[in-house]
Design a protein around this ligand. Structure first.
Ligand code: NAP
Length: 309
């Protein structure tokens, strides 16, 4: 049986791994479908302390993983589909394997939300609709693209795409961005970015080959419809927590985020089970806050094991 199993390899999970490994707890990390988490799809991280020139998101996570490995963290690639936390031994099940541990840290992160409009799924991944400018931006060199959303992600994606694309239209449903002022100013002042305010997406439209050719938006104040030609549509409208496997087991809020106990940021409704990062935080959602929660969860694991052994 494991001392601790950590679910997820984003900033939260890998920080938990560094701390529990250095505490000689020999952690096992189960990494799912996106090793390294959301930061691996971020181009430049400018606000993680210690990197005055900024650092590429993939490189940052690669470094954190190496650091966790250096202290003896073990990694397996698997997808946990159900859990049983009812007894002192916590059980995790995947399609082919059952894992047992004394403590668990859930740091499964969050996944990008989609719009749910006609054409989106049909053209998702390879035919013009994507949620990752870092991954796919270079495919749209010298083309017109759109970004949907109004937060930091949308501003960041739009700015990143200006490196390749001839024009980026940023479509937002309100008349001001939710993004931080520095990002909003950079996006709205960029010569290649055109703002399309107060607009809801109605559909993403294919050409004869099934690739994106345009997006239809409706002005939410006037009701006027408009078709914007685009070869790529980058959806950046926020995220949903990856907490399906603990639904009905841990206390979740209406949006699926794990709810911490009142006296802690990382204790869940079940003793010995902790949560860290974006699966439990819909307020701060930063790499540094996820890392901080990962550290807290690791320290709680150490305390729990010391008290219960
Ligand atoms: P977010 O802040 O939740 O913003 C989501 C945006 O999408 C909002 O503008 C929202 O509109 C819009 N939206 C949501 N659902 C929509 C729908 N169905 N149709 C159309 N628009 C929709 O998400 P985020 O931008 O991914 O950022 C998440 C967190 O990560 C934030 O804390 C952010 O600061 C952080 N982040 C930081 C950086 C950085 O510092 N470099 C980069 C990326 C993200 P409304 O404004 O009308 O609600």
């Amino acid at each position: 049986m494991e001392n601790v199993i950590i679910l997820g390899t984003g900033c939260a999970g890998l920080t938990s791994a560094i701390y529990t490994a250095r505490a000689n707890l020999n952690p096992l990390v189960i990494e799912g479908s996106q090793p390294g988490g959301q930061l691996t799809t971020t181009s430049e991280v400018e606000n993680f302390p210690g990197f005055p020139e900024g650092i590429d998101g993939f490189m940052l996570m690669d470094n954190v993983r190496k650091q966790a490995k250096k202290f003896g963290t073990r990694f397996v690639n698997d997808t946990i589909t159900s859990v049983d936390f009812s007894g002192p031994i916590k059980i995790l099940k995947s399609a082919n394997k059952t894992y047992e541990a004394k403590t668990i840290i859930i740091s499964t992160g969050a996944s990008p939300k989609l719009l749910g409009v006609p054409g989106e799924m049909e053209m998702f991944g390879g035919k013009g609709v994507t949620t990752c400018a870092t991954c796919d931006g270079a495919f749209y060199r010298d083309m017109d693209v759109v970004v949907v959303g109004g937060g930091d992600s949308a501003a960041e994606e739009a700015l990143f795409l200006t490196r390749f694309c001839s024009k980026v239209t940023l479509i937002h449903r309100r008349d001001q961005l939710r993004a931080s002022k520095i990002m909003a100013d950079r996006a709205t002042n960029h010569e290649k970015i055109e703002m399309c305010w107060d607009s809801g997406v109605e559909s993403i439209n294919p050409d004869d080959n099934g690739n994106a050719k345009s997006i239809t938006v409706k002005n939410l104040k006037t009701g006027v419809m408009k078709e914007i030609p685009c070869k790529g549509a980058f959806i950046a409208i926020g995220h949903q927590p990856n907490t399906k496997s603990v639904q009905g087991v841990l206390k979740l809020d209406d949006n699926g985020y794990i709810v911490p106990e009142a006296n802690s940021m990382v204790k869940t409704s079940i003793g010995g089970v902790y949560s860290a990062g974006d699966c439990a935080d819909h307020v701060y959602r930063q790499a540094i806050t996820a890392a901080g929660m990962g550290c807290q969860a690791a320290i709680e694991v150490e305390r729990w094991l010391a008290e219960h052994e």
